[in-house]
Design a protein around this ligand. Structure first.
Ligand SMILES: *[C@@H]1O[C@H](CO)[C@@H](O)[C@H](O)[C@H]1NC(C)=O
Length: 250
C-alpha cells in the first residue's frame, strides 16, 4: 500500500494547522468563567453581538469582569452581518489563518463559509457563558454619563435605563456593515433594467445581460465574480479608484 506524497503533505499540513490552533487556544484564550463565578467591576457594555462584540465580551468575562451584550436583533442575529441569510455562497475572503477574531476559534478549512463562521461565533458565545449576559431585541439609542450612587467616578447609562445597571466602559462593536445603503440615482425610475444591491446578487439572473457595477471595493469584486459565473454578456465597473480592484488582483 502506498500513499501519494502530495496527500501526505496535505494531511501533515492540516495536522500541523490543528495543532497550532490548539496551542493558540491554550496559550491565548482567557479561561471562561464557570456559571457561578461572581464577576467583578469594571462592568462593560458591549454594543452589537456580531463577531467583534462576541469576542470582546468573551475577553471581558475571561478576565473576570462583568459584561452585558446588547443586540438590536433577535437570537437569530447572533453573529451580526454573518448571520444574515444570503443566497449566494458567501464566505471569508481571506485565509482562515489570518481570520482569527478570537484565539478560541477552530477552523477546519482555509476559507470558511458563512455558516461555519456563525457556528464559531456561537461556540465562543456559549463557551464563555454569554447567553445570560446578552439582551437581544434591544437597540441602543443613547449612552449617557451619569453621576454614580455607588462609584466615585461617572458611569454610563444605556438608553437612560436604570434597570440595565451602570457601566464603567462601553465597547461599540456595531461594525461598518449595518443596514443596506443604496443611494438614489437620478432618474432611476425610468431605467428599464433591474437595480440590485450587492447583498441581493443571489436573487438575480445575470445570464446574457450587460451589467454595470458601481464601486470598486470588496463587494464590487464579489459582484464581478458573480457576473462571470452568471455568464453576463458584458460587465463594466465604474470605480472611483483602483484600490480595491488592484488588491483583488494580488
Ligand atoms: C425578539 O423578537 C423576536 C421577534 O419580535 C422574537 O421572536 C424573539 O423571541 C425575541 N427574543 C429573542 C431573545 O430573540
Amino acid at each position: 500500500m502506498s500513499t501519494k506524497p502530495s496527500s501526505l503533505i496535505y494531511v501533515t499540513l492540516i495536522w500541523a494547522y490543528n495543532l497550532l490552533q490548539c496551542l493558540l487556544d491554550e496559550l491565548l484564550s482567557p479561561t471562561p468563567p464557570s456559571p457561578n463565578t461572581k464577576l467583578r467591576n469594571p462592568r462593560i457594555a458591549v454594543i452589537g453581538a456580531g463577531l467583534t462584540g462576541v469576542s470582546s465580551a468573551a475577553h471581558v468575562v475571561g478576565h473576570g469582569f462583568d459584561v452585558t451584550l446588547f443586540e438590536s436583533g433577535s437570537r437569530d442575529q447572533l453573529g451580526g452581518i454573518w448571520s444574515v441569510a444570503r443566497e449566494h455562497d458567501l464566505g471569508a475572503s481571506i485565509n482562515s489563518f489570518m481570520y482569527r477574531f478570537h484565539p478560541h476559534v477552530r477552523w477546519e478549512s482555509g476559507y470558511p463559509k458563512q455558516r461555519i463562521i456563525v457556528d464559531q461565533i456561537t461556540a465562543i458565545w456559549e463557551d464563555y457563558n454569554l447567553e445570560g449576559k446578552t439582551r437581544f431585541n434591544t437597540s441602543v439609542t443613547s449612552v449617557t454619563p451619569v453621576k454614580s450612587k455607588t462609584q466615585p467616578r461617572p458611569m454610563w447609562l444605556i438608553n437612560n435605563e436604570k434597570s440595565f445597571g451602570e457601566f464603567d466602559g462601553i465597547i461599540a462593536a456595531v461594525g461598518a456593515c449595518g443596514d443596506v445603503k443604496k443611494p438614489h440615482l437620478d432618474d432611476e425610475e425610468k431605467f428599464k433594467g433591474e437595480i440590485v444591491h450587492s447583498t441581493e446578487l443571489g436573487e438575480v439572473d445575470g445570464k446574457g445581460k450587460r451589467i454595470i457595477i458601481i464601486g470598486g471595493e470588496a463587494s464590487a469584486v464579489e459582484a464581478l465574480e458573480f457576473t462571470s459565473k452568471a455568464k453576463a454578456k458584458e460587465t463594466i465597473i465604474l470605480a472611483r479608484s483602483e484600490r480595491g480592484l488592484s488588491l483583488a488582483a494580488l
